[in-house]
Design a protein around this ligand. Structure first.
Ligand SMILES: [Zn+2]
Length: 209
């Protein structure tokens, strides 16, 4: 069942989401946009409004813009499906108020919605419906992101899996590495926040909550 483009039932398993994230990473590696080593998504400064270069988003057919927090409706991010013929298929908007490391997770989270819930880049289903109409705008917020519904949980799982794939995470996150560089060092390696690393490790069972 869909509501405003978001699927309400839990249908994706963690494995399916992890495979989807890997397919996207493989595509980007093949296109020489990223390498097999992290970080898999990097952003320049997102503290000023305007277009921001993000090779990952661009290689996938989208564009990234930074807007004021009030334009962003005080949310974390917005994803827009653009109507056909606009040069880009989708747009991700970030507020100026959030840190680049948080923004990296937000962009990946929005990509999760794009692939899992808007069925990009399929020429059928939801994507076709939205892109052939007037487009579609989905405003994401901290409230949504806290995992109150399965779509948000799934988008978070996609983001974590895309940025910190289990195999690479286990390879990088060793007792030795933690004692040498700490969680901050690991966070830098993956280009994400300290909290994102701690949450990912807890979800994967590397350590307790
Ligand atoms: Zn979301």
């Amino acid at each position: 069942m869909y509501l405003f483009g978001l699927r309400l039932s839990m249908a994706y398993t963690k494995d399916t989401i992890s495979n989807a994230a890997q397919s996207v990473r493989d595509y980007l590696i093949q296109k020489n946009v990223i390498s097999t080593e992290p970080p898999y998504l990097t952003l320049n400064s997102t503290s000023e409004a305007g277009n921001v270069s993000c090779p990952v988003v661009e290689a996938l057919g989208g564009r990234l813009n930074v807007i004021s927090p009030w334009e962003a409706n005080w949310g974390d991010g917005i994803i827009k499906i653009l109507p056909k013929g606009q040069g880009h298929s989708f747009e991700i908007l970030l507020p100026t108020s959030t840190s680049p490391k948080r923004d990296v997770f937000t962009v990946s989270h929005e990509l999760g919605h794009l692939f899992l819930h808007f069925e990009y880049p399929s020429e059928t289903g939801k994507w076709k419906e939205f892109s052939e109409g007037d487009g579609f705008e989905f405003k994401d917020s901290v409230m949504f992101r806290s995992g109150v519904n399965s779509s948000e949980y799934e988008a978070n799982e996609f983001a974590a899996s895309f940025l910190m794939p289990k195999q690479k995470f286990d390879e990088v996150v060793t007792v030795e590495e933690i004692s040498k560089n700490g969680f901050d060092g690991i966070a830098d390696r993956f280009g994400v926040s300290f909290d994102a690393v701690k949450t990912r490790g807890a979800f994967l069972g590397n350590w307790n909550w």
